[in-house]
Design a protein around this ligand. Structure first.
Ligand code: GLU
Length: 470
């Protein structure tokens, strides 16, 4: 462990929105920084002008905020740091650690193809390495990499990784159009920002020896690295759209609680025994790279849904109402009464796996209903008309609409008719909700209130009468 303050970073490229993999990387960096009371830096790597967009940047930032991953520094934007990169290029050129290369792209392509034909590794042949060439149109700047020896680092997840320097090209740092390569910009930024732990996906592991050579050329301290295992779907293939949504914002729209997603992300490659559910503070307290495994993390939607359902049950009704209202609005409910939403939430929270599902299940409270075809055919039949009409008149007369009072009204009613609740409950449920599945009948009646119940029951009676024909 370094004795210096831990500084980690998350450097997304805004060429897309934040996906599950990126969010897991951000989370691990955030947890590591928080665990060691260090710093977490956000840097937007927007040097690819063609593919980076402001919308993607905004969406990434919104996703991080939604997940509660706050940063201590940044966001820095690479597009605003060109001067710094230029300065560092100058420094490397004057220290003799970099050089201008005038080779034409076509020439390099030809050599590459030739090498391939001969079964050799295509590699820059170092033609301009010792020529002392100056700046010129079309020239690139290359790193003067060591020609022999090995570059070794101890990855905190994967163990020691070693590569012969011979394998590494004199890589391009600055392109002929003046733009900088990822490997160069990332090293300059990480070293300027004091990053001492680089935690990232293992798709970057091949870049690390190259980046280490740049650190060495700059004479800057090399950070420690942790390359995180891949994320797979339940079928053990790399996580992709085929497994469901991959963007973090899609999970928000599907009605996941940010903490449920965060909790699932934490378990992608990290574990603490068999524990499945963690508070944020527990994650911070328990997180360490020692428990990041080498094997891939499996992202399992079913488990996430179960976890989400558990967390939904833990949110208090008021907060849940506030979370639900935007979903109800999106489903076309407007002018909602918050108190009524809170009452509705009480009846639905035990079952819902997502906020969206809960909102869909709550629609009958707030919107006109239509009868589901099968429910209508099966339960709103002329044979039950008499019972429903009698029930309506009891419900019109009663003064108490609290659950216990309704229970009493019903028991008198059932006794009078010598029937069981089952006989009337389903027709009534269809009359009130349009569906055959809903929370308990008395629960929903209490939330709906007398006026709405009477109106819906009357409508169902008229509707059922109309089936009889003249
Ligand atoms: N911008 C790079 C990416 O999004 C960052 C890689 C790194 O962590 O160095 O893949």
């Amino acid at each position: 462990m370094n004795t210096k303050q831990v500084v980690t970073r998350f450097p997304p490229s805004p060429t897309g929105t934040l996906h599950i993999g990126g969010a897991r990387t951000a989370l691990f960096n955030w947890l590591f920084a928080r665990h060691y009371h260090g710093k977490f830096v956000l840097r937007i790597e927007d040097t690819d002008k063609l593919r980076s967009t402001r919308d993607n940047t905004d969406s990434i930032i919104e996703s991080l905020r939604w997940l509660g991953l706050d940063w201590d520094e940044g966001p820095y934007f690479q597009s605003q740091r060109m001067e710094i990169y230029n300065e560092m290029i100058e420094e490397l050129l004057s220290s003799g650690n970099a050089y201008y290369c005038h080779c034409k792209p076509e020439e390099l392509e030809r050599k590459k193809a030739e090498a391939k034909k001969r079964g050799l590794k295509p590699k820059y042949d170092g033609r301009c390495r010792e020529l002392g060439l100056g700046k010129a149109p079309g020239a690139v700047v290359r790193l003067k990499s060591p020609l022999s020896g090995t570059t070794t680092f101890k990855d905190l997840v994967k163990g020691v990784i070693s590569i012969d320097n011979e394998e590494l090209d004199d890589l391009i740092l600055q392109r002929s159009d003046g733009s900088f390569t990822y490997n160069f910009a990332v090293v300059v930024d990480d070293s300027k920002m004091g990053i001492n732990y680089v935690i990232r996906g293992d798709d970057h592991v091949n870049n690390t020896p190259r980046q280490i050579l740049i650190y060495k050329a700059l004479g800057e301290p090399i950070p420690l690295y942790a390359h995180l295992p891949m994320i797979l779907g339940p079928d053990k293939t790399p996580l992709s759209k085929r497994h469901g949504a991959t963007s973090v914002m899609a999970y928000k729209e599907m009605g996941f609680l940010p903490h449920a997603l965060l909790n699932s992300l934490a378990r992608l490659g990290w574990s603490h025994g068999d524990q499945e559910k963690f508070t944020t503070q527990e994650l911070i307290d328990l997180f360490s790279l020692d428990h990041v495994g080498k094997s891939a993390g499996i992202f399992n939607m079913e488990k996430l849904l179960d976890l989400n359902a558990k967390y939904i049950r833990e949110v208090d009704d008021s907060n849940l109402a506030d979370l639900l209202i935007p979903f109800l609005n999106n489903l076309g409910c407007s002018g909602l009464n918050r108190k009524k939403v809170k009452e509705a939430v009480k009846t639905l929270k035990a079952r819902a796996k997502t906020l969206l599902e809960m909102a869909q299940g709550a629609l009958f409270y707030f919107k006109e209903i239509t009868y589901e075809k099968q429910a209508d055919e099966k339960f709103l039949r002329p044979e039950v008309l008499e019972i429903l009409e009698d029930l309506l008149s009891d419900l019109e007369r009663t003064t108490g609409f609290a659950q216990e009072e309704l229970e009493k009204t019903f028991s008198t009613f059932l006794e009078r008719h010598q029937i069981k609740l089952g006989k009337v409950a389903q027709p009534l449920r269809v009359a009130l909700t349009g569906k055959t599945v809903s929370p308990g009948i008395f629960e929903i009646m209490e939330v709906m209130g007398q006026e709405m119940v009477i109106k819906r029951l009357s409508n169902a009676i008229s509707h059922t009468k109309s089936k009889k024909g003249p």
